[in-house]
Design a protein around this ligand. Sequence first.
Ligand SMILES: [Zn+2]
Length: 201
Amino acid sequence: MKKLKALVTALVSAGCVLATAPAKAELSPNVVVDGVYEGIQHIHGYQATPKLVWNVSRGQRGGCGVIPGSHYCKLNHTVYITQQDIRMAYQHGDAALAYIVAHEYAHAMQIAHRFMPRTITASELQADCLAGIYLGAIPNLTFDQRDIQEIATFAYRIGDYASWSQHHHGTPAQRVKAVAVGMKASVNGKGLQGLSACRAY
Ligand SMILES: [Zn+2]
């Protein structure tokens, strides 16, 4: 957990620039989802916006078959956010849900902007990095220190060590670092220009 602490500190120092307001109340899921969606659409000039189906149940059918969890389905250009993931996110807080939405939206933009990571792991870490950029740059939502902590602890939690698996999404530390790289780039690069920071994945 020492590593996590260092990473959280790095994230918080990036986030300090973003939010100086006092801690705010937790937002409800629909406000978070709408706010993040609207914010990212704005960043991308309302181009190639994926459809959104949220609050679906894992196991229902979506455009890519049975819904395994929150994901982006390329076949019908739709982001799915599940009830289960919304609940899991709120064990950390509203910012964790914002991160999930931004991550799935990022998968749609990887295709729209022809980002081509070579492996699933690289693609997942790049989506984390892009999510960091979005969350740092969206004009209509601000993230205070507690939000940044929520994002960091959630990213840490969903990391995995299954490096042999083709579904490996990155280790906990790699995932936190990827979001941090994105958030820092969004502050330094002022939004969209920062996207290039995520091309390295
Ligand atoms: Zn992903």
